[in-house]
Design a protein around this ligand. Sequence first.
Ligand SMILES: CC(C)(COP(=O)(O)OP(=O)(O)OC[C@H]1O[C@@H](n2cnc3c(N)ncnc32)[C@H](O)[C@@H]1OP(=O)(O)O)[C@@H](O)C(=O)NCCC(=O)NCCS
Length: 181
Amino acid sequence: MTLATPVLDTDRLRLRPFTDADADALFALHSDAHVLRYWDSPPWTEPARAQRFIRMCRKMADEGTGARVAIDRASDGAFVGWCGLTGWIPEYRSATLGYVLGEPMWGHGYATEAARALLRWAFDTLDLNRVQAETDTRNVASARVLEKIGFVREGTLREDCIVNGEVSDSWVFGLLRREWR
Ligand SMILES: CC(C)(COP(=O)(O)OP(=O)(O)OC[C@H]1O[C@@H](n2cnc3c(N)ncnc32)[C@H](O)[C@@H]1OP(=O)(O)O)[C@@H](O)C(=O)NCCC(=O)NCCS
């Protein structure tokens, strides 16, 4: 079953499907070691990784397993980053939220605004019951984004990842349909 990736407009952002033209900006984002310091896989070193990521986004839509959207700033069209819902399981009515924004875009509430818009679409369109998110326990900004949206911190996955050679714990967050407003 296919799942059309949406175009969503918020006060300050436009969320839209990735195109091939995003490859350079996407590579710049994912090759930035500081942006990826709490990410569970290393920064990209090959520009071809960006093309692969964009192909994966299309495959996800074709196979109906999720929706990953590029985020642009509405005022000037600047590439902000991306957010996505992956691992959609219709039987369980559940999916997983993720996001990465370029450092110059941090601290303006963009991640919260984008994630809220995508979740609003998903709760309506996919009839989700639960959305899960995981963050490295050191990633205070990401945890704060989830808390602002209404996610509940449900537990700790001890020594879940090894990030840049450092063993790290992850927090699991969950947002239930009945808690979403
Ligand atoms: C995590 C990330 C998406 C946040 O994006 P953002 O647009 O800056 O997020 P918002 O502005 O919506 O909210 C960030 C919140 O964290 C707070 N915050 C940021 N850094 C903080 C810090 N070091 N200590 C405490 N609070 C912090 C901000 O003050 C803000 O909270 P507030 O609105 O109550 O003031 C962004 O930093 C990012 O892309 N990081 C790299 C990739 C990543 O880690 N992705 C998530 C993986 S789970």
